[in-house]
Design a protein around this ligand. Structure first.
Ligand code: CS2
Length: 487
């Protein structure tokens, strides 16, 4: 027996259920990238307001594989959210995803749904690489294979950008006002980045369309919730608790945060009722989260993976690690942040350390290690840039970057192959796989100006800091190096 609208009444009392009839919910949001993060975050904030306004249901689109559609369609879009930490757990069935589409199978269905006047928001969690931009400059990468493809085949796009612009073209033609774009990815000024790549793409397609696209609202957002990938043992545990099978439950922590710029010309759900915070400018919050949480996360992931820690919680108990991360956040990253009146950064950092220690979340270091070439610029490199300008130290941050280099080279400390997932994995292997001298490895990485920017790529002190850290990582291994850097 499977979780679905028909089996909801069989669930045990302890499972929280939608306080509205999911069958009456209609689509108001199209979400591109219907992965685990969205289903633990925006879909949950939305679930909580549907009783008051059922016209904000979500049509969830996969841009690549049919897996989510295949798992959730037979369940009427319903899935279980398991919220857990050392203190307890809570189970909830979420009903806000009312339609599932798989873009490669039927691009027209996706475009039609986005062009439908009932769709007032198109939101995105497509990961950093989905923006097809140059991470160092933020500009559209016009040589990106998906962008070239989508310019040549506007009606059968592959990239989120291609879908957005085609749907906007249809709305322009039909005299329908543009939807609001709502990016929920971990990029600084994410709304601006999205608007910039979409506008440039439209310009390359057609100047008249570009004019319409320039009028689209694209508020920035800061999103936060830790959501490890679901495993088969999670599925078994959920089936045992529910008494019915759920093909794709989502595991997460109690903490959730969503800060959004309030710019929605066609209206929006009353997300503030479920805890979202609306502000005029989200940039300071984004910077705080990217530099403290995500900068620490990536550092934990590379050093932890190399030292043999499978999860973040395991990495946190490696000797010296907590001290290293605490120092990285307090001494190196925090001084680069603009003031956040009324916000206690000391509490925020303490909370992060507690969240990283959550013993119930099996958040794999390998998962966070993915796509480093796209993540490092906003997580570590921007902070280093600011520290360099201020003439201040950045040793621990540089260790994080060196650990990425050690990891992305593709061989672990025992000489075993690492399954490196990164859009530039092959390019990196070509650059450094055959070299084993740390200074040469650093120099080869620093040729990647799209990652480091022209300034860091040619900075002498930065290079020296990397060579020092990488040499130590090669000579002593990650466990001993991180201990030494924690002192
Ligand atoms: C993580 C993030 O996978 C990663 O790179 O750092 O997904 C992190 O868990 C979220 O940003 C937390 O909000």
């Amino acid at each position: 027996m499977r979780l679905s609208r028909l089996t909801l009444d069989r669930l045990p009392e302890i499972v929280k259920q939608p306080d509205y009839d999911p069958a009456r919910v209609t689509v108001g949001i199209v979400h591109l990238g219907i992965g685990a993060f969205h289903r633990a975050h925006q879909a949950v904030f939305t679930d909580a307001i549907l009783a008051g306004d059922p016209a904000w249901g979500i049509s969830g689109v996969s841009l690549r594989s049919p897996d989510t559609r295949d798992a959730l369609q037979p369940q009427d879009g319903l899935y279980t959210l398991k919220i857990q930490d050392g203190e307890g757990e809570q189970l909830q069935v979420i009903g806000s995803v009312v339609e599932l589409l798989c873009a490669p199978e039927d691009p027209e269905a996706v475009i039609a749904r986005m062009a439908d006047p009932a769709t007032r928001i198109v939101s995105l969690t497509i990961t950093e690489k989905g923006y097809c931009h140059n991470p160092a400059t933020g500009a559209l990468d016009e040589a990106h294979p998906d962008i070239i493809h989508d310019l040549g085949n506007p009606r059968q796009p592959r990239s989120a950008i291609g879908f957005i612009v085609e749907a906007l073209a249809r709305r322009a033609k039909a005299g329908v006002a543009p939807f609001t774009l709502l990016t929920c990815d971990n990029l600084p000024s994410n709304g601006h980045v999205l608007k910039r790549v979409v506008s440039r793409f439209a310009e390359l397609r057609d100047p008249v369309l570009a004019e319409f696209v320039r009028g689209v609202a694209s508020p920035s957002t800061m999103v936060d919730r830790i959501v490890p990938a679901t495993t088969d043992s999670d599925r078994q545990a959920i089936a045992a608790s529910l008494g019915v099978d759920d093909a794709w439950p989502i595991m997460t922590e109690p903490f959730q945060q969503w800060v959004i710029e309030d710019d929605f010309p066609l209206g929006r759900p009353a997300w503030e009722r479920s805890g979202a915070v609306f502000v005029d400018n989200v940039a300071v919050f984004e910077m705080m989260k990217l530099r403290l949480l995500n900068g620490s996360h990536s550092t934990l992931a590379y050093l932890g993976y190399l030292a043999g820690a499978e999860t973040v919680a395991e990495a946190m108990v490696l000797p010296g690690m907590e001290k290293l991360i605490e120092g990285l956040m307090r001494e190196e990253a925090t001084p680069t942040l603009p003031p956040l009146p009324g916000f206690d950064l000391g509490d925020y950092r303490a909370d992060l350390l507690r969240r990283f220690r959550n013993p119930k979340l099996r958040h794999r270091t390998w998962q966070i290690a993915m796509d480093g070439s796209q993540k490092l610029p906003q997580r570590l490199l921007g902070t280093i840039r600011d520290r360099l300008t201020a003439g201040a130290g950045y040793e621990r941050l540089a260790l994080g970057v060196a650990a990425w280099m050690r990891y992305a080279r593709g061989l672990d400390e025992q000489g075993r192959e690492i399954d490196v997932r990164d859009p530039h994995a092959a390019r990196i292997a070509g650059l450094v796989r055959e070299i084993d001298e740390p200074a040469q490895i650093v120099d080869a990485f620093l040729t990647m100006q799209d990652v480091f920017g022209a300034d860091l790529a040619t900075s002498h002190p930065f290079r020296l800091a990397l060579v020092k850290a990488l040499t130590q990582l090669f000579e002593e291994g990650s466990a001993r190096t991180l201990c030494a850097y924690a002192q």
